[in-house]
Design a protein around this ligand. Structure first.
Ligand SMILES: Cc1cc2nc3c(=O)[nH]c(=O)nc-3n(C[C@H](O)[C@H](O)[C@H](O)COP(=O)(O)OP(=O)(O)OC[C@H]3O[C@@H](n4cnc5c(N)ncnc54)[C@H](O)[C@@H]3O)c2cc1C
Length: 403
């Protein structure tokens, strides 16, 4: 069977599976739980993760030896496209499956892989990411959370993380903490895994401007990380943290684009309904948004094709990507932010009215409000431009403060 037929079969298989499983008790999850809607049905979305696992649809890019399916990039693209096309809900397990799992596969001990990968794969253990702190966002190396060894060899963690997405719905957190008290900058940091349900951990929600509270402050006061739950060696934290961030750009971006297509359709519908479909400027902006989507898709395919050749095992989570990958986050996040603004301009003065009784207006307002965050998380605009200049174009590194 040639690969085109194989791919077509997979496409049909995923579409069929989604049609027959995203029904009944899961029907209400259709199109829910995406960015800005993370608080929708968390318990049911966790159950959906288990449903996906039963169907064999988790760990697609992971190696088979680690419980994955070793799908090629092309196969994963097909899955994510069909998943999004069918209205598959935002994934509760994406931090575990997309970030921590591949990091443990790359850097974890055999014992850690045995203990943590199955729970991630079967949808019973949920993770959040404890990197950012009040003084350490773009400048992540400025981390102040510290961990000290107690008499039993375990680590006691104290400090504060912030903007921790879904901490309130997670079982475990991975944190980067300073284990060498005399160190500065990116030296002397370690990568630790901690259960959240323990004394010494307090999670406080942060209310966002769209009304939701998907992220949190997380306070640690002598919280315990077992000695076996340090990934790599003490002091290795920066390397491991950066390995994990390398997995952040990846396959699910193709699914995200399906959502963007849907959102652009909503904007087009709204333009008709609001009577502005004849407005020359609105029409041009809509057409430009559509062009942007096409460019985004081809760029993503080019970037992911590079990953396939370079490193099959890592490709699933965006392991080894070429220069094209440097453009990608900047491009999609700014495109999406402009779409949010376009949606508001299409709605006109009504955009400013609370839309509790108008689901269509409410979802466009949601796109606008949440898309403001797109150019902040996973690297702000300015940081992305720095990365492109320095890593992509060989410009001199920007001056940093002395450490
Ligand atoms: C929706 C959302 C979810 C998030 N989820 C998580 C999560 O789950 N876990 C987690 O750890 N973090 C999370 N974050 C935090 C995110 O990673 C940080 O917000 C981001 O890294 C920016 O850091 P900061 O907020 O401290 O801003 P700062 O780093 O203080 O930046 C402030 C401004 O200064 C600019 N700036 C900073 N440094 C430079 C420079 N060198 N050159 C030029 N300009 C610069 C920035 O571009 C920005 O405009 C999330 C953020 C958002 C918005």
């Amino acid at each position: 069977m040639n690969s085109e037929t194989q791919y077509e079969r997979l496409r049909v298989e995923v579409a069929d599976w989604m049609r027959t499983h995203l029904t009944g008790e899961f029907a209400c999850l259709k199109y829910r739980g995406g960015p800005g809607d993370e608080e929708a049905y968390p318990a049911l979305r966790k159950q959906w993760e288990r449903e996906l696992a039963h169907g064999g649809w988790t760990g697609l890019g992971w190696p088979t030896g680690e419980g994955g399916r070793a799908f090629t990039v092309a196969q994963q693209v097909i899955f994510h496209e069909e998943y999004a096309r069918a209205g598959g809900p935002g994934r509760m397990g994406h931090i575990g499956e997309g970030l921590l799992g591949p990091t443990l596969i790359a850097c974890g001990s055999e014992d850690q892989r045995k203990r943590f990968l199955p729970g991630i794969l079967n949808g019973t253990q949920f993770w959040c990411q404890g990197y950012s702190e009040p003084g350490a966002g773009s400048d992540l190396a400025n981390i102040r959370t510290r961990a000290v060894r107690d008499d039993h060899g375990s680590w006691r963690v104290s400090g504060q993380k912030v903007w921790t997405s879904l901490a309130h719905d997670s079982d475990w957190i991975f944190v980067v903490a300073r284990t060498d008290p005399d160190s500065r900058g990116n030296r002397g940091l370690s990568f630790l895994l901690l259960p959240l349900d323990q004394p010494g951990v307090e999670i406080r929600p942060i209310r966002q401007m769209n009304g939701g509270a998907e992220f949190n402050e997380v306070f640690f006061d002598g919280a315990l990380a077992a000695s076996d739950d340090l990934v790599g060696a003490p002091g290795d934290g920066w390397r491991i943290a950066m390995t994990l961030l390398g997995f952040e750009r990846g396959m699910s971006t193709l699914g995200q684009q399906m959502q963007f297509i849907r959102e652009l359709d909503w904007v087009i519908d709204a333009a008709h309904e609001a009577g502005v479909a004849h407005d020359a400027v609105i029409r041009q902006r809509i057409a430009r948004a559509w062009v942007g989507l096409r460019v985004m898709r081809y760029n993503a395919l080019r970037m992911l094709a590079g990953a396939d050749g370079a490193n099959q095992a890592n490709a699933g989570a965006g392991g080894t990507l070429g220069r094209e990958a440097l453009i990608y986050k900047y491009y999609w996040s700014n495109w999406h932010r402009e779409l949010g603004q376009l949606a508001m301009d299409v709605l006109g003065p009504n955009a400013n009215l609370l839309a509790a009784d108008d689901a269509k207006r409410s979802r466009l307002q949601g796109v606008f409000l949440f898309s403001r965050a797109d150019t902040i998380y996973a690297g702000t605009n300015e940081i992305q431009l720095n990365i492109m200049a320095e890593r992509g174009l060989g410009m001199p590194k920007e001056p940093r403060g002395t450490l």
